[in-house]
Design a binder for this molecule. Structure first.
Ligand SMILES: [Zn+2]
Length: 91
């Protein structure tokens, strides 16, 4: 009686669950579900920001951030970033 027994039970249940799932899915999908480590944090990649230059929606993680008047401006690419900063900077 103790926490170790619960852990062993949980592991056994997990293994059983996986075996059942694998046999239900078949062989073709099993390999794909194993390699699910592409997105680091789905919460961050889900957020889309609009590029003020070309109005394209870009994932926040990939966007280029420009700080302006305590506000963060997100641009889709370096090209748009240059366009944006030259628009604002040259007076
Ligand atoms: Zn853009």
């Amino acid at each position: 009686m103790g926490p170790l027994r619960l852990i062993i039970l949980a592991i056994l249940l997990y293994i059983g669950y996986r075996l059942i799932r694998k046999s239900l899915q078949g062989n073709n999908q099993a390999a794909e579900s194993e390699s699910s480590g592409k997105t680091d944090d789905p919460r961050i990649t889900d957020v889309l920001v609009e590029c003020p230059v070309c109005s394209k929606l870009t994932p926040k993680q990939q966007a280029i951030v420009v700080q302006e008047n305590d506000q963060e401006i997100y641009l889709c690419s370096e090209k748009c970033c240059r366009e944006y900063t030259s628009e604002k900077g040259e007076e």
